[in-house]
Design a protein around this ligand. Structure first.
Ligand code: C2O
Ligand code: CU
Ligand code: CU
Length: 501
């Protein structure tokens, strides 16, 4: 038996006071956090049945084009992107109005190299103010897409990315104050893929066999328009779609060769987490996490990916016969086939495969706990504020006049997130990459033990990360990456101060 959130609201039990719920419903198989949404009470079924039907696996996967620089010099590549409204046929026979970088969804892929600067001019042709964040980027504050660092309609801004970091699967997306969720939902997201000499020298799959996958869920109206229901319930739970799009296509198919193929997977969903699996039951070979390659590849038959997390994986299709059809599944999606079957791989051709998965990728040297000068605690909690149940960090909503933490440049710190709610929160910290020390006191599993900038803090759990503040001082944010939580306003600021002399 599970009290729905609506029920709780009716009983006046939602919010912090709901913590008096009997412990039994917080554990065991029917615990809401186990049903895929990390959300108390799940969602009313009327909303999960909203979108018009679409026959799965009828449309091919689209690979976003790679953006060419408009100019280059010795040290820098210069890019221009415009934010525009456009239409695309997502539901057959209808048109969906969306907002896209360069009028496409997902936006064009930017390819960058460690040590080589990129300057991206973003031109805002949309009717609302925007801010662009390079998620996972080690970026000076002036180019980090602070939620109040807005580009007004008609204006533009040059974002300066030094790319002084380990190469990783990054993604750029809107970060405007209070409206990030709707803006990303409307389509404002794209890949930013980095590499360097070391990674280039690894014999991994490349070219057409290196495929970015942006996973997002959406709700559609009958006429094909996007449905973004925002109300107290979705602010609490996050907006959850009933259709899964990969690179902007609902449940696409993708023709692959009998060989190894690399996939850079971004969960770009507003609030939904997935547990990825293959219908064959065979494992993925995970190469990397949010902040770059792991020390060594790890075989995982399922991989959980929360909003804004990334995984870099190889699937070895050489073990299948020509004609084999595999499904990339979301094991949290049952019983809804539209939420379970994410996309289809069709093994349609033979192709030589020179790629090899090396035994060592890029050693991630653990930061010793003894180096930490401070441990900071951040409590994630739902509180009743002005009659509304809102998510807070250390009991506050986002306040641009308040700085929650002031680490010093060069210092190693441990940040501990203490979740008092029965909803998981994917916490994201801007600026630097971290290592997870433990989740509920236990070391992270292989695959989550590399560089991370987004961490799922489990319901009623705690998670500790360790990181070193480097290169840049100034003001950054950290927040829950369930975008409706972030917008309302589960976010805080930290300021990296200069090193003491
Ligand atoms: Cu991807 Cu501050 O967010
Ligand atoms: Cu970020
Ligand atoms: Cu949250």
């Amino acid at each position: 038996m599970l009290l729905s959130r609506r029920r709780l609201l009716a009983l006046g039990l939602a919010g912090s006071s709901a913590l008096v719920l009997p412990r039994s419903i917080l554990h065991g198989r029917d615990r809401p956090a186990d049903r895929g949404q990390d959300t108390p009470g799940g969602v009313p079924s009327t909303r999960t049945l909203g979108s018009p039907p679409v026959e799965p696996f009828t449309r091919p996967l689209i690979i976003p084009p790679v953006l060419e620089p408009v100019a280059t010099d010795e040290a820098t590549d210069y890019y221009v992107l415009t934010m525009d409204q456009a239409q695309v046929e997502i539901i057959p026979g209808t048109f969906t109005t969306f907002w896209g970088y360069s009028s496409i969804y997902p936006g064009p892929t930017i390819k960058a190299r460690t040590g080589r600067r990129a300057v991206v001019r973003h031109v805002n042709n949309l009717p609302e103010s925007m801010s662009i964040h390079l998620h996972g980027g080690h970026t000076p504050p002036t180019s980090d897409g602070h939620p109040y660092d807005l580009i007004a309609p008609g204006d533009s801004k040059d974002y300066d990315y030094p790319n002084i970091q380990i190469p990783a699967v990054l993604w750029y997306h809107d970060h405007a104050v209070d409206t990030t969720g709707r803006h990303v939902y409307m389509g404002l997201a794209g890949f930013y893929l980095m590499t360097d000499e070391l990674e280039d020298a690894l014999p991994l799959p490349t070219g057409v066999n290196d495929v970015p996958l942006l996973i997002q869920d959406r709700l559609f109206n009958e006429d094909g328009s996007l449905n973004y229901p925002l109300n107290d319930e979705t602010i609490a739970a996050g907006v959850l779609g009933d259709r899964i799009l990969v690179n902007g296509v609902i449940q696409p198919f993708f023709d692959v060769a009998r060989r190894k193929t690399r996939f850079r997977v971004v969960n770009g969903s507003n609030a939904r987490r997935y547990t990825l699996g293959l219908s064959s039951g065979d494992p993925f070979i995970q190469l990397g996490s949010d902040g770059g390659l792991l020390s060594r590849p790890v075989q995982r038959s399922t991989i959980r990916i929360s909003p804004a997390e990334r995984v870099d994986v190889v699937i070895d299709f050489s073990r299948y016969d020509l004609g084999t059809i595999l499904i990339l599944t979301n094991q949290d999606g049952a019983p809804e086939p539209n939420l379970t079957d994410m996309m289809q791989f069709r093994v349609t051709r033979d192709e030589p495969d020179e790629s090899v998965i090396p035994e060592v990728l890029r050693p991630v040297v653990p930061i010793p706990e003894e180096l930490a000068v401070t441990t900071r605690d951040f409590v994630l909690e739902q509180r009743l504020i002005n009659g509304r149940n809102l998510w807070t960090i250390n009991a506050r909503l986002f306040d641009p006049a308040y700085v929650e933490a002031t680490p010093r440049l060069g210092d190693v710190e441990i940040w501990q997130f203490i979740n008092t709610s029965y909803d998981a929160h994917p916490v994201h910290i801007h600026d630097i990459q971290w290592q997870i020390l433990d989740i509920n006191g236990v070391r992270p599993p292989a695959g989550e033990d590399g560089w991370k900038d987004t961490f799922r803090v489990p319901a009623l759990g705690r998670l500790r990360v360790i990181g070193r503040f480097e290169n840049q001082t100034g003001l950054y944010v950290f927040h829950c990456h369930k975008l409706e939580h972030e917008d309302h306003a589960m976010m805080a600021q930290f300021e990296v101060l200069p090193a003491t002399g």
